[in-house]
Design a protein around this ligand. Structure first.
Ligand SMILES: NC(=O)c1ccc[n+]([C@@H]2O[C@H](COP(=O)([O-])OP(=O)(O)OC[C@H]3O[C@@H](n4cnc5c(N)ncnc54)[C@H](OP(=O)(O)O)[C@@H]3O)[C@@H](O)[C@H]2O)c1
Length: 261
């Protein structure tokens, strides 16, 4: 039985990924800060599949030592990871110049979580996968990664562009190995993300996908070893337009979408 490690499994896309992998008989390692939510998910999954092993770990991945701590926790328990899903991520909304000191602190946490933790986890688990001679990594970026930039969420968009570029680069480096890296690029999805990043009116303006659907597409795409997984027709179109529309026009459109009017 293979084991999948999912970060940010207490809600949204990570939560749904956990349920899909459980349904397909994978052992689970689930990480997030809200342990009660993970306990509840574990109970729920156990009811329908008692055969799989589920380990839940309470951890703030924005802390600098967290990735190493997580790796050694699993080493101590002799848990080998076949699939690593770097899903945990947050956004911070607002005009950059007007961000408060507190919001800047949140941005630092966001960059630590969306970028630094992913780089560290990817490296540390890749080293192990090299010894295992196989492995799979799914990094969760966003359709935002294809846009020239994200006015009103500039640091978040930049973090997702990093994620796409980083993952594609490493995938190429590993092309003659048994280790595959894919990138999931969801568009607007119904999760707790809006509430957390305070993009309040996103839901009203854009047709959003369910987290369950995104997770299902991610699961199938990863199985096929796809390089980039873009769930849904509309999101594919938005990626396509980002390649042909002038950058200035795209920036105008994105700002309009992001505006909380
Ligand atoms: N929703 C969208 O529209 C959308 C679109 C494109 C891409 N994405 C990406 O999809 C991924 C999943 O987000 P989501 O939409 O499912 O949002 P979500 O429902 O808010 O889930 C985010 C997950 O990340 C975890 N997390 C947040 N901060 C953490 C930290 N410091 N340490 C460990 N875990 C942490 C949260 O758990 P705890 O709070 O319990 O720690 C939660 O489980 C993110 O990378 C996001 O950027 C989302």
């Amino acid at each position: 039985m293979e084991t999948v490690l999912i970060t940010g499994a207490s809600s949204g896309i990570g939560y749904e990924l956990a349920k899909i992998y459980a349904k397909n008989n994978y052992n689970l390692v689930l990480v997030a800060r809200r342990i009660e939510k993970l306990k509840q998910l574990k109970r729920e999954i156990k009811k329908s599949n008692s055969k799989i092993q589920i380990k839940i770990i309470e951890m703030d991945l924005s802390e600098s030592k967290a990735p190493k701590k997580l790796f050694f926790l699993l080493e101590n328990d002799n848990i080998e990871i076949d699939i690593l899903i770097n899903n945990a991520g947050i956004g911070v909304y607002g005009n950059f110049l007007e961000l408060s000191h507190k919001e800047m602190e949140k941005i630092e946490k966001m960059l630590n979580l969306n970028i630094i933790a992913v780089v560290k986890l990817t490296k540390i688990f890749l080293n192990k996968m090299k010894k295992q001679k196989r492995g799979t990594i799914l990094n969760v970026a966003s359709t935002a990664a294809f846009q020239p930039a994200g006015p009103l969420m500039a640091t978040y968009y930049a973090s997702k562009s990093f994620m796409l570029s980083f993952s594609e680069g490493i995938r190429y480096e590993l092309k003659n190995t048994n280790i595959k890296i894919s990138t999931l690029c969801p568009g607007p999805t119904i999760t707790e993300f809006e509430k957390m990043s305070k993009t309040k009116k996103f839901t009203d303006k854009i047709k959003m996908m369910s987290a369950e659907k995104v997770a299902k597409i991610a699961f199938n795409g990863l199985k096929k070893g796809k390089k980039i997984i873009i769930p849904g027709y509309l999101n594919k179109v938005s990626v396509l337009t980002s390649k042909v529309f002038p950058r200035e026009l795209l920036l105008k459109i994105i700002k309009k979408i992001q505006q909380n009017k």
